[in-house]
Design a protein. Sequence first.
Length: 342
Amino acid sequence: MTKTVPQPHCDVRPQTRPLLRPDLSPARDRLIRLLRLKWVNGTVLHYWFDDGPAPQKEAVRKAFKEWKDLGIGLVFTEVADRSESEVRIAFDQADGSWSYVGRDVLSISANEPTMNFGWDLTDDYGRTTALHEIGHTLGMPHEHQNPFAGIVWDEPKVYAYFTGAPNHWTPEQTLHNVLRKIDVSEVEGSPWDPDSVMEYWFPAGLITEPARFKTGLNPPGGLSDADKEWVRRFFPTLEPTVPVLLPFQSVPLSLSPGGQADFSIQPQASRKYEIATFGTSDTVMVLFEEINGELRFVAGDDDSGEDRNSRVTAKLFQGRNYVVRVRLYWAGESGQTAVMYW
């Protein structure tokens, strides 16, 4: 994917920052910040196109399929109705290419896009752009902002380059997308991957260290081995069947940070139910109903950083199948939590 002419770059949308209590332990604070934007595995992400040329839409479909073909647990489904979507994709050629990151898309108004493509997606650079923006939606940041990368920038040259054509960014955009290092609390300590699909290309003269990139950085394009390893670890293939959660029976969960437990709920009566976790823990819990073979979101709760447990109240119907998924941030001193419904 070597560049012969300047190509535009992704202008990722700012992430929300959690307002956590200052008295949280460093470990608890770090795990919440690290995992808070990650989807519960098994989530079906419905995407909708806001018009756009057929070849561009097909390129995006192929990029979703390329991520899915890695064998991950997330599901990507195209829908024809905006109101059915979590991911809304526009093709505004005057707005560059960008996406919100991870679960932040859920906070965006249903009338606004969560992703945009501002240039042709049918060549190699466009294919990588589509994979890159979907990577943001999965929860991946820009790789060159990894605090462990050890990149030393010639900052005046960086500002001069990105404020010029073809990006025409403000200094604030350049700081946000290039120079700002991600807080160490929000990354896993993984080494820098210059081949990542989340890595920008840079012309000669912007990087002073490492020395081998003084002449420029040109990722090969597409998904790197590290990209594939990351997404498979966070969203592994799901088991074809999950255990049934019986009413009034507490089930202990021994999960590591980022780990997930899944249960089927098959109510014997149609009524309002409570589903909750117990113990000193931070979790995100999501309830889905199976409709025509697809899991659809019913309700969810995230108790991270709070002195309570995640809890969902919903009317469940006899004869229908539901799935509850619990993903752990932090499990206190005992490393244990539990889930029950009644």
